[in-house]
Ligand binder design. Structure first.
Ligand SMILES: C[S@@+](CC[C@H](N)C(=O)[O-])C[C@H]1O[C@@H](n2cnc3c(N)ncnc32)[C@H](O)[C@@H]1O
Ligand SMILES: Nc1nc2[nH]cc(C(=O)O)c2c(=O)[nH]1
Ligand code: SF4
Ligand SMILES: [Mg+2]
Length: 245
């Protein structure tokens, strides 16, 4: 049996096309493949339905063929950027899926907290590493993040993305950028009203997000951090905490 045939990937949801709402690919049409399961449990995670094992029964083990058929159906067979997110998609064996899509002209971006490095990172087109700041309650192993960079080698375009809620998070992002000075940095204000997993149209505190966004712009400009880019979660501004957009 070929590697693609025997591979099973745990999928929480597949949706799109929508636009990528975060970071380096913001605004680009994309289909999301969201895997189920995460080795982290961030205090403010906005995607608990793909993290909390309470929702495990909603996660489907799918073959590469099954996932690919769904991506083809949603995109009408027209190649586009596929965003691999989660949960932590690095837990899943995504190499054969990426190979299948590349054969047909699709491209792949992966979003991960950089807690697990995989050899297939080198096959990606875009790798977004989003290490978690103090407010998440998680601890970062910088050696593993360096392993992720080694695995990716010269393959994908790589960017760092940080969620920032407060001054400690900002200082963490500043320090991380100093550790990896060659990587572009994207800062995004935290959404402090993440939805309960069962909600599909939960409203957001838009004023709070905008305040935090302005505060963040003020921080980088007054601090002279002129290499950092500050972006909101565009999909959250457009659709609130709605799921599947
Ligand atoms: C749901 S995570 C899935 C991918 C991976 N586990 C990670 O954290 O990078 C996708 C992105 O959403 C961000 N995110 C999660 N909850 C958020 C929140 N409440 N406010 C802003 N960004 C959030 C994460 O930091 C990450 O960049
Ligand atoms: N439009 C849109 N952009 C996103 N960028 C990262 C997302 C995620 O939840 O991983 C996400 C998402 O769920 N929707
Ligand atoms: S690492 Fe990502 S998916 Fe996992 S809990 Fe944190 S924000 Fe959520
Ligand atoms: Mg999200």
């Amino acid at each position: 049996m070929s590697e693609a045939r025997e591979t099973t990937i745990r999928v929480s949801e597949i949706f799109g096309p929508t636009i990528q709402g975060e970071g380096v690919l913001i605004g680009l049409p994309t289909v999301f493949v969201r895997t189920g399961g995460c080795d982290y449990r961030c205090s403010w995670c906005d995607t608990l339905h793909a993290v909390d094992s309470e929702y495990r029964d909603q996660w489907q083990p799918m073959s590469v063929d099954e996932i690919w058929q769904e991506v083809i159906r949603l995109s009408g067979g027209k190649p586009l950027m596929v965003s691999l997110s989660g949960g932590n998609p690095a837990i899943q064996p995504l190499g054969p899926l990426i190979a299948r899509g590349h054969d047909q002209g699709y491209r792949f971006a992966l979003e991960t907290q950089a807690s697990i490095a995989k050899a297939w990172f080198a096959d990606l087109d875009v790798l977004v590493l989003s290490p978690k700041p103090p407010s998440s309650g998680m601890a970062t192993d910088w050696d593993v993040l360096a392993d992720c960079l080694c695995s990716a080698a010269d393959g994908p375009q790589i960017a760092l993305r940080f969620v920032v809620f407060d001054d400690r998070d900002y200082a963490y992002a500043r320090d991380a950028a100093t550790r990896f000075p060659h990587l572009p940095v994207y800062l995004q204000p935290g959404n402090h009203t993440p939805p309960p997993p069962e909600a599909d149209d939960a409203t957001i505190d838009i004023d709070g997000i905008m305040d935090r966004m302005r505060w963040l712009v003020d921080k980088v400009t007054s601090d002279g951090w002129f290499e950092a880019r500050v972006l909101p979660q565009l999909h959250v501004l457009l659709w609130g905490n709605k799921r599947g957009v």
